[in-house]
Each structure stands twice: as structure tokens, then as C-alpha cells.
Design a protein around this ligand. Structure first.
Ligand SMILES: Nc1ncnc2c1ncn2[C@@H]1O[C@H](COP(=O)(O)OP(=O)(O)O)[C@@H](O)[C@H]1O
Ligand SMILES: [Mg+2]
Length: 275
């Protein structure tokens, strides 16, 4: 059904296009007149201080919040797509995912598999593969509620991967991952592993949009960066153009500096030492 929907569309581009988007909650306008575009095959990081509207923008792009302006994924207006079509195009890792009923890890990850994939051996294998990708092999039978925050976050990512397993399906359009602070609860090793996983998804042809808290991980893994401030776009462009001390200090209203390292290694972004 999805393929028919997509074939019937016209002028399809494998891109995410956001044009003059505003999002309101009640009478408050949270995201204002924001435009940018992202390509499948790349990682787009969205950064900016807390409360700058990153999650709100993300929810508009994933079809969870109404918006004015245009948001198209592969040429289709996101706001007009059914939950089923959206679910076939993109996976969403929310900033916080509460599950209030008792499920084990395999059941949570299995929520990402469609009902047409009910075959037991397929499900079990795919769930195991997804858990292996997030470093949680053998966790199938564990109670989700009893996991640490970081483990829960990785289980949720495994669920999202099950939903959009192939970054670039042979017969279709690229899949997209929308990740809201995917590594915020993780230790440094797992932060890097999960960002590598996201970058690999993009390298294999998928689209990745990730709200990021950590500037150094952003500098290490993003291809494009959108900087938000007060619900607006402060900057958008290639990673090395955007990740500049002056621009970031302005974005976060705090003096930051970029330290270069010998041996051609990536510079690091740190708070300026005023001591
Ligand atoms: N449903 C809502 N009603 C009113 N204000 C909201 C709502 N959701 C978010 N906000 C406000 O909008 C701003 C942006 O929130 P959010 O998008 O979560 O920011 P970020 O993800 O960048 O931290 C914040 O000031 C927040 O308090
Ligand atoms: Mg947020």
C-alpha cells in the first residue's frame, strides 16, 4: 500500500524539506518560520540550548504535532500522511519514552515489527540482531522497567531499527531515523557506538536527523548542523562551517573555544577558561 502511495506521488526527492515552518502550543509560538533541508545519506544534527524548540521541531517533522508551512519527506507532506505510511517511512526515538505496563525487552523491540512480520523465527532473529547492534545481546527476557535509563534508551533504539531496518530498501525510498537526544543517557563508549551506528545508517543510504546535546559528538558525527535559538534558525550548514567558536558561543550564550589537537585529530569544543 505504501509503495502504491509513493508511486502515485510526483516529483519525488529523497530529501527532507522544511520550509517556513512554525509550531505553536496553545497561544505560544514555539518554532518560528524555520527552513532547512536534509539529504538521505547524511547525518543532520540539530543543536541549541534547552528550550530552543528542538523537540518541538522534531515532533512536527515526525508528524506528531501540527505545523504551518511545509515539511516534506520524499516529496510527501508529512502532515497529510497516515500513521501507517509514516511508520513505513521513518522511525522515531523520542526524547523520553515511558512504558507503563510490564513488558520484557523482546516485546518492546518487537513493537517495531509490523504485523505482517509475525513469523516467529523471523521476529526472534530480527530482535536479536537489533539488540546486538545496540550492544544488548541476550537482553530479550529482561524486564524493560528494571533496566537502567541508558539501557532503556538503547532498547528503544533497537525498536526503531526493527521498524526501518534497511536504510535504503531495494525497491523503495530511503528510510529516515529521527532521534531526539539518542545518547543523552549513555556512557561515553555507548555514546560513540550509537553515533557510529547512526552514521553507518546514513552511509548506507538512510536519512538521519538527531537532536544533539554534546557538541563534540556533533562535531565528530554530523555532516550538516542546524543551530536553533529561541525557536528560530540561528545557523544551518556543513559541519565545519557551523561548528565555530563564535557562532556556538552566541548560540549557547556562553563563551566556548575550540582547541586544536596535534596529528590532524579533530578539534574539541570546551568552555572558555576564564580562570
Ligand atoms: N505543549 C507545550 N505547551 C507550552 N509550551 C511548550 C510545550 N511544549 C514545549 N513548550 C515550550 O517550548 C519551548 C521549547 O521546548 P522544546 O521543543 O522541548 O525545546 P528543546 O527540545 O530545544 O529543549 C520550551 O520553552 C518549552 O517549555
Ligand atoms: Mg528536547
Amino acid at each position: 500500500m505504501l509503495h502504491r502511495t509513493i508511486e502515485n506521488g510526483t516529483a519525488l526527492a529523497p530529501d527532507l524539506v522544511v520550509e517556513q515552518v512554525s509550531v505553536s502550543a496553545g497561544k505560544t509560538r514555539i518554532v518560528q518560520d524555520l527552513s532547512f533541508h536534509a539529504k538521505a545519506g547524511e547525518v543532520l544534527a540539530i543543536i541549541g540550548p534547552s528550550g530552543s524548540g528542538k523537540t518541538t521541531l522534531m515532533k512536527a517533522m515526525t508528524g506528531e504535532l501540527p505545523y504551518s508551512g511545509g515539511i516534506t519527506l520524499a516529496g510527501l507532506e508529512v502532515g497529510g500522511l497516515s500513521p501507517e505510511v509514516l511508520a513505513a517511512m521513518r522511525g522515531v526515538l523520542p526524547q523520553a519514552s515511558q512504558i507503563s505496563f510490564p513488558l520484557n525487552v523482546a516485546e518492546v523491540v518487537g513493537l517495531g515489527l509490523t504485523s505482517s512480520r509475525r513469523e516467529r523465527t523471523f521476529r526472534a532473529r530480527r530482535i536479536a540482531e537489533a539488540l546486538a547492534k545496540v550492544g544488548l545481546s541476550g537482553f530479550e527476557g529482561r524486564s524493560y522497567q528494571e533496566l537502567s535509563g541508558g539501557e532503556q534508551q538503547r532498547v528503544q533504539l533497537a525498536r526503531v531499527l526493527c521498524q526501518v531496518w534497511d536504510p535504503l530498501p531495494q525497491e523503495g525510498l530511503p528510510h529516515w531515523l529521527f532521534l531526539d537526544e539518542p545518547v543523552s543517557s549513555l556512557d561515553i563508549k555507548h555514546q560513540v557506538q550509537i553515533m557510529q551506528l547512526a552514521a553507518d545508517y546514513a552511509k548506507r543510504g538512510g536519512g538521519v536527523v538527531a537532536v544533539m546535546h554534546d557538541l563534540n559528538l556533533t562535531a565528530a558525527f554530523a555532516d550538516q548542523v542546524l543551530v536553533m535559538q529561541g525557536g528560530r534558525r540561528l545557523a544551518f550548514g556543513a559541519r565545519d562551517e557551523v561548528m565555530q567558536a563564535e557562532l556556538l558561543s552566541k548560540a549557547y550564550d556562553f563563551p566556548l573555544e575550540i582547541l586544536t589537537r596535534p596529528g590532524g585529530r579533530r578539534p574539541v569544543i570546551v568552555p572558555m577558561d576564564n580562570g
